[in-house]
Design a protein around this ligand. Sequence first.
Ligand code: FDA
Length: 518
Amino acid sequence: TSSSGPRHEDFLQCLELYSEDTNSISKVIYTPNNPSYSSILQSSIRNLRFNTTATPKPLVIVTPVNASQIQAAVTCSKKHRMQLRVRSGGHDFEGLSYVSFVEPFVVVDLINLRTITVDVANSEAWVGAGATLGELYYRIAEKSRTLAFPAGVCPTVGVGGHFSGGGFGMLMRKYGTAPDNIIDARLIDAKGRILDRAAMGEDLFWGIRGGGGNTFGVVVAWKVKLVPVPPVVTAFSVVRTLAQNASKLIHRWQYVADKLTKDVTVRIFITRVNSTDDGYGSATVQAEFVCLYLGGSDGLLQVMKDEFPELGLVKEDCIEMSWVESTVYFAEFPSNTSVDALLNRTPPNSIQNSKGKSDFVREPIPESGLEGIWKILMEQVDGGNAVLLLHPFGGIMNEISESSIPFPHRAGNIYHFHPLLNWDENGREASEKYLNWIRRLHAYLTPYVSKNPRAAYANYRDLDLGANTPGQEVSYRKARVWGIKYFKNNLDRLVKVKTSVDPANFFRNEQSIPPFSA
Ligand code: FDA
């Protein structure tokens, strides 16, 4: 816009003025005429839907090397009325860490703030907010084979966004979500102050552990409690198609997955695969049962024999390894990939257009209901590549209160149901075709998933659930529509915290918590 020119110059001058350090901030500022601008912007875009010529681009990207440069970015964005978006791993399902329809906007990308310090004696670590999960897992394992951290499965996810919105994976049934295990943090608030847990107080410290990113401030680093794991764990991946009884197995899994000992997590990936066996023409449904057990294979075989014999697990299916090797295994790298792959910030799979949704299942879906899901999976749009990811709850999740942190999905949930659709075809029209398919599946699932509210997981952000309108005042009433799904009864406390720490709503995006006054 015509006003962005001078505003942009003033903003850059402001950054120079306010960053009180010897590392010149000019070295970490990228404007569109800088030759590295596009590669920096694209470096962590994980969804091609938000990498088109029509996608709004930031006026400035700042990649701070220290906290004072973040403080400068906050102070100057406020002063010059620029919207600020924080990016860590860039995995936001709706691209909100690097896209804003309210222009001009600034992206603060934390790629340079990735220091991880592991304190084995105290089972703790400080983790820079720009680090990935893979980097965290690798650095823990470098120091100890028997310490771990309970967070997500994809190693390129950033701890900045992930821990801000929840964060769960194969250790959740034993140790809870990532933010259940955060013990301190350094946050830069809307006033540009750096606050640790003692300085921010318990209300704000509660809010940043799951209340969603880009809402209360910029997290610079997290302090986490590491958890014990045995030196040897066991994993398996067992694949069954419809002809191999997949429907009955998935149906049965719903009765056991959340009740198994906390040491076992069996999740399921459901896909459509080519086949001539099963009465769906040339395709069938395939279920991949993927398991982590905190112990040796004999123990796992016993549990499965007692609790889920239908799966027919045999010793040959079981692979013993260290915990960190299991994180590589679950990330679906080719077999025998070294743990060094965890340090790679480029994902193992190619980057595509994608759309994900999330639901919580509280009653087993009857076989007739599953059949309907298979039908929709079979009817997916050509060129689409859908996966349904069923992640079991139970275990310690039944013991943690819903209000302990903003992440409210605890007792009563059997599993989280996450459909994800990827496709290569670019363009808005193509997108609509694929989006319609996943929306149809979402509509079909209505009778089978949680109600009042139909709960959803904040980290699997879905703007179909409702959004603050870009550029308009945010209303509590509107935000309640999606806020209650993500946070249930914790929404009002989040709004209270937001009102006291950022009443002018400086940190905001299409689904951030609004202050009461707004
Ligand atoms: P990104 O940088 O895009 O940030 C996400 C949000 O947090 C944005 O609003 C951003 O502004 C804000 N933010 C980022 N850094 C911040 C900071 N330092 N301070 C304040 N706000 C900040 N989830 C899960 O629980 N288990 C899993 O196994 C997976 N697996 C998975 C795989 C893949 C391929 C994708 C794309 C996503 C997942 N997720 C997941 C979802 C993931 O947890 C979610 O997208 C996180 O918010 C991503 O965090 P990033 O830092 O990578 O994203």
